[in-house]
Design a protein around this ligand. Structure first.
Ligand code: IPE
Ligand code: IPE
Ligand code: MG
Length: 264
C-alpha cells in the first residue's frame, strides 16, 4: 500500500503525496552529502501506547534500518545517527543496559547485510566508556566494512559534541607541549582532522524527530552551517516518505553561507 503524507492518516486529502511522488520531486543534484539524524521520541512513542520505553528503542532500530536503506538507495555520501549521548547515562540503569544489549544484538544481526550493501560503518564518541565486549563488536564492524565504498554510516554512541571538542583540544595541547606546533599555527584543518568525523564532509542536513527543537550536544562543530529540519513524528513512526519530505525541503533551500543568494 502506498503511504500518504501531507495530511492526516487515512484522510482523503487530495493533496496527499505518495512516497514515490515526493521522491520524484527531488532534484538529485541538490541532495545533502551528509545527513545527521537525532532519532528522538522512542520513549514517548512507547509510553503513548502503554508500553515500556525499551519497546520504543527496539522499534526505533527497525526505523533506522528503513531509513539507512533509503540513504543507500539515494547514494547519500554520509549518514550519521545519534544513538546514545554522553548525557544518556543519567537514565535508569535498566534502560541503559537494555540499550547496550540492543546495540550489540542489532549489530550482530545486521552487519552482514550492511556489508553487502557496501556500507562503511563507524562508531563515533568516547568508545572506551563501553564494555570490552561491545568495544570489540564496534571495532570488528568498523574493520570489516572499512574498505567498502558506499554510505559512510556513523553511529554516535557515548557521543557529546562538547566531549569531542575537549578531546580535540587535549590532543592539540599535547602537540604544543611536545613542541611540535606553535599555538598560533593551529588552524581549522588541524581541528577537523582530530574530529571523530575526520574525512567526512560537514553536516548539510540535521533531522530531529519528536518535536523538540534542539541539538542536544550533537555534532556541534560539524553542524555549524547545517540546515535544520524538525518533525513532531516520534522516531519509531518516522517513514521513508517523511525522510524524502525532509530531503525535498532541503533541496529547495537557499544556502548562502554568509554570502549572497545565487538565486535571481
Ligand atoms: C531517543 O529516544 C533514543 C535515545 C536517547 C537513546 P528517547 O529515549 O530520548 O525518547 P523520548 O525522547 O524520551 O521520548
Ligand atoms: C538526544 O536525545 C540523544 C539521542 C537521540 C541519542 P535526548 O532525548 O537524550 O535529548 P534531550 O534530553 O531531550 O535533550
Ligand atoms: Mg529523547
Amino acid at each position: 500500500m502506498l503511504k500518504k503524507i501531507f495530511g492526516k492518516k487515512n484522510s482523503s486529502n487530495k493533496n496527499a503525496k505518495t512516497e514515490e511522488e515526493i521522491l520524484a520531486l527531488i532534484d538529485r543534484d541538490r541532495l545533502p552529502k551528509h545527513v545527521a539524524v537525532i532519532m528522538d521520541g522512542n520513549g514517548r512513542w512507547a509510553s503513548g501506547q502503554g508500553m515500556v520505553r525499551s519497546a520504543g528503542h527496539a522499534s526505533g532500530v527497525k526505523t533506522l534500518k528503513t531509513i539507512l536503506r533509503a540513504a543507500v538507495d539515494l547514494k547519500i555520501e554520509a549518514f550519521t545517527v545519534y544513538a546514545f549521548s554522553t548525557e544518556n547515562w543519567k537514565r535508569p540503569t535498566a534502560e541503559v543496559e537494555f540499550l547496550m544489549k540492543l546495540f550489540a544484538d542489532s549489530l550482530a544481526r545486521e552487519l552482514d547485510e550492511m556489508d553487502e550493501l557496501g556500507i562503511r560503518i563507524k562508531f563515533i564518541g568516547r568508545l572506551d566508556g563501553f564494555s570490552p565486549y561491545l568495544q570489540e563488536q564496534f571495532d570488528n564492524a568498523c574493520r570489516r566494512t572499512a574498505n567498502n565504498t558506499g554510505v559512510k554510516f556513523n553511529v554516535a554512541v557515548n557521543y557529546g559534541g562538547q566531549d569531542e571538542m575537549l578531546r580535540v583540544m587535549q590532543s592539540l595541547a599535547k602537540e604544543v607541549q611536545a613542541g611540535n606546533v606553535a599555538p598560533d599555527d593551529i588552524d581549522v584543518s588541524m581541528i577537523e582532522e582530530r574530529l571523530d568525523t575526520a574525512g567526512v564532509s560537514p553536516v548539510d542536513l540535521v533531522i530531529r524527530t519528536s518535536g523538540d527543537m534542539r541539538l542536544s550536544n550533537f555534532l556541534i562543530w560539524q553542524t555549524a552551517y547545517a540546515e535544520l529540519w524538525f518533525t513532531d513524528t516520534n522516531w519509531p513512526d518516522f517513514t521513508k516518505a517523511e525522510f524524502y519530505k525532509a530531503l525535498l525541503d532541503f533541496s529547495q533551500r537557499d544556502r548562502r553561507f554568509g554570502g549572497l543568494s545565487k538565486k535571481k
